[in-house]
Design a protein around this ligand. Structure first.
Ligand code: ACO
Length: 325
C-alpha cells in the first residue's frame, strides 16, 4: 500500500427542519432581503431536539463508509472536527467510533472552529503519509443553533446545522497534494464562544450564557484576504498554477466573502462551489458538505484539481490542494 492519500468515500447529513429567512423575520428585527443581500443565505437546516453533533456525524460517516465499501472494523482512526460537541468529553469522535463499530480505531476531536475540517484532513493525511495508518475517517459536524443568541440578529441569521464526512485511504498515487495551515491567536476576541472553564469575570460579562460572539466586519475583512492568500500558497506548494484549479471549495460563511476571494484569485464564479444559500454557515461541516455536493452534482470529476479553503475562530485558516481520483 502506498503512502499517498486520497478521498475514497464521502457523506453528509443535514437535519430535516429548514428555517427560511422569512421565519427569522418573526424572531428578530431583520428581513429576507437584508440577509440575502448581505450574506447570500436563503435558508438553513436546524437540528431537532434529539439531534447532536455526534448523531449527525454518525449518519454522514456511515454514508462515507458505504460509498467506499469499507467495513468499519478496517478504520484505524476517526477524527471529528467540531466546536459544538454534545459533551466536552468523551470526544465526539469516540461516540462516532463506537456507533460505527470501528472497534480497532483510535479517535479524537479537533478544534479549529470553521477551519476544523481542513485541519483534520491535513492531520489524517500525516498519519497515512507516515505509514502508521491506512484508513482514516474525517468528519465535521456542528449544531451552532445551540450556541447562538436567537435574539441577536447580527449572528443568528448566519449559521446552520449539519455534518459532512470523508474517508481518507492510503493509495499508490497522489490524491492530496499540499496543505497550508495557520493561526493568529491575536484575533481571538473577534470570534469566540466562552468555555466551561471561563473565568468568573468572563462569566459575569456573558451573564452566565455561552453564546457565539463575533465582530462581523473585522472577520469579513480577515476572511477575504486570508482565503485568497492561503489558497495561492497551497496551489504553489502543490506545484500547480491557479489556472489548473478546476474547483475552489471554500468555507461557506458568506457569498460576498467567497466571491471577493474568488475575484482576488482570478477564478470565475462557475469555478467556485457555493451552497451557503441552502445551508448557511455550518462551520466545520461546511467544506465536507460542499465537497459532497460537488461530487454528486458532477462539478468535481476524476482528474480535476480542487482547493479546499477554510477560515474561522482562532483566528485560524487552512487550505488543501488535491487531485480527485
Ligand atoms: N438584519 C438587518 N440588519 C442587520 C442584521 C440583520 N440580520 N445584522 C446586522 N444588521 C445591521 C447592523 O446592525 C448594521 O446597522 P448599523 O449600521 O445601524 O449599525 C448594519 O446592518 C450593517 O452592519 P455591518 O456589520 O456593517 O454589515 P456587513 O455588511 O458587514 O454584514 C455580516 C454583516 C453579514 C455579519 C458580515 O460582516 C459577515 O459576513 N462577516 C463575516 C462573518 C463570518 O464569516 N463569520 C463566521 C466565521 S467562521 C467561524 O469560525 C464561526
Amino acid at each position: 500500500m502506498g503512502r499517498h492519500a486520497g478521498i475514497t468515500g464521502w457523506g453528509m447529513y443535514v437535519p430535516q427542519r429548514v428555517v427560511t429567512n422569512q421565519e427569522l423575520e418573526a424572531l428578530v428585527h431583520t428581513t429576507d432581503a437584508w440577509i440575502l443581500a448581505r450574506t447570500g443565505i436563503r435558508e438553513r437546516h436546524i437540528a431537532a431536539d434529539h439531534e447532536t453533533a455526534s448523531s449527525m456525524a454518525i449518519a454522514a460517516s456511515r454514508e462515507a463508509l458505504e460509498r467506499a465499501s469499507l467495513a468499519p472494523e478496517a478504520l484505524d482512526l476517526v477524527i471529528a472536527a467540531t466546536v459544538t460537541p454534545e459533551r466536552l468529553f468523551p470526544a465526539t469522535a469516540s461516540v462516532v467510533q463506537h456507533a460505527l463499530g470501528a472497534n480497532r480505531a483510535a479517535a479524537f476531536d479537533l478544534n479549529a472552529a470553521c477551519s476544523g475540517f481542513v485541519y483534520a484532513l491535513a492531520t489524517a493525511w500525516q498519519f497515512i503519509a507516515s505509514g502508521a495508518y491506512q484508513n482514516v475517517l474525517v468528519v465535521g459536524s456542528e449544531v451552532y443553533s445551540r450556541i447562538l443568541d436567537w435574539e441577536d440578529r447580527a449572528t443568528c441569521v448566519l449559521f446552520g446545522d449539519g455534518a459532512g464526512a470523508v474517508l481518507l485511504q492510503a493509495q499508490e498515487r497522489p490524491g492530496l497534494l499540499s496543505f497550508v495551515l495557520g493561526s493568529d491567536g491575536g484575533g481571538a476576541d473577534l470570534l469566540y464562544v466562552p468555555g466551561l472553564g471561563a473565568s468568573p469575570v468572563e462569566r459575569a460579562r456573558q451573564d452566565g450564557r455561552y453564546h457565539l460572539q463575533m465582530n462581523g466586519r473585522e472577520v469579513f475583512r480577515f476572511a477575504v484576504s486570508i482565503m485568497a492568500d492561503v489558497s495561492r500558497q497551497a496551489v504553489a506548494e502543490a506545484g500547480l498554477e491557479m489556472e489548473h484549479v478546476e474547483l475552489l471549495i471554500p468555507h461557506q460563511a458568506n457569498r460576498r466573502i467567497i466571491l471577493a476571494a474568488a475575484k482576488a484569485l482570478g477564478l470565475a464564479p462557475e469555478r467556485v462551489l457555493i451552497n451557503v444559500d441552502r445551508y448557511g454557515n455550518t462551520s466545520a461541516a461546511s467544506i465536507p458538505i460542499a465537497l459532497c455536493e460537488a461530487v454528486q452534482s458532477g462539478c468535481l470529476k476524476r482528474g480535476d484539481h480542487a482547493v479546499l479553503v477554510g477560515f474561522g475562530g482562532g483566528l485560524s485558516w487552512g487550505a488543501l490542494a488535491l487531485e480527485w481520483s
